[in-house]
Design a protein around this ligand. Sequence first.
Ligand code: ASP
Ligand code: MG
Length: 411
Amino acid sequence: MALIVQKYGGTSVGSPERIRSVARRVAKFREQGHEVIIVVSAMSGETNRLIALTKEVAANPSPRELDVVVSTGEQVTIGLLCMALEDIGVPAKSYTGGQVKILTDSMHTKARILDIQDAPIRSDLSEGKVIVVAGFQGVDEFGNITTLGRGGSDTTAVAIAAALNAEECQIYTDVDGVYTTDPRIVPEARKLDTITFEEMLEMASLGSKVLQIRSVEFAGKYKVKLRVLSSFEGREGEGTLITVEEDKNMEQPVISGIAFARDEAKLTVVGVPDKPGIAYQILGPVADANIDVDMIIQNVGRDGMTDFSFTVARGDLDKTLKVLETVKEHIGARSIEADKAMCKVSVVGVGMRSHPGVASKMFRTLAEEGINIQMISTSEIKISVVVEEKYLELAVRVLHKAFGLDADDAK
Ligand code: ASP
Ligand code: MG
């Protein structure tokens, strides 16, 4: 007998029928002798609907009241799922975040979990009940309802699995696992049986939205066995297991996946004096405006002048341009250039630690297609390039093939 935490996302509980289907699956698990804790999201579309509703009442609602409203979606789901379970003879009990209790800091709309006081859950579990917990929400030390940021139910599930030392945390979703890349772009994409936490973190932060990034960090830190699988009946399979260790017994491909992020914009401050403090004078005000900067390049200086480029999310472009206009005056730069239709494509794999030549293969592959690389950045297990967005699909497809990830090429 093992304790399993299962999390069901919005689509998996998106209708009464889907909720009954989840109940049947949970019943099956319990019959196999497992103890089960379920974490659920709001029914699909519900959180968006609630946010839109708040906007109709007030342009700038206070974060505290926003959390009071948006946390209700999950409360509906826990009640409905418990009813569905009881209806088929499975004893169940629902818990809001505050009832568990999931203690967080007071950063409304993006709170962090500090502690899980699990005594009530444990005692209900020992009485043979299925526990159904509302994801995404917690309570701060003053009793205020908090939420963990969009997609936060994943983090709730992993945190509960860590706190209760569960055998496995299973994330049921609308895809049957983690893929080598988005199958909508590359139909030959394959489901991965395993992927390491590090790779998953890179994939997630590069725009592969299977899991909330924070949940992956959490799982890596507390060594929670995390599995992503489909909630559609008959399609569950083994999903993808996210492992702490690289699987050394298997002949692993060097690259595990191709990740990408659309909607990037590139800014260049042209003709800035090449002297100490310039990067800070440009990026300091950008950071103060709460704009996230991704890739940064400072070109080699010539005649005491240089160009300085960086990327931001496209949605932040106008705001960034405004900041840079002031910076330009201040530091005496020649001009500001903006390229708004950019994207980032990355190859990810722990195998590149031991296999040189990944970068050259990547650059050659892109060159053969006439795709111009505008910026490059690397980490130990990732190489990213910024290219024009019109090349995104092509770049992902040719790289997927070049690194032997297409389904036909797999052994
Ligand atoms: N319902 C919340 C959201 O849509 C949390 C979640 O689904 O994980 O962001
Ligand atoms: Mg989600």
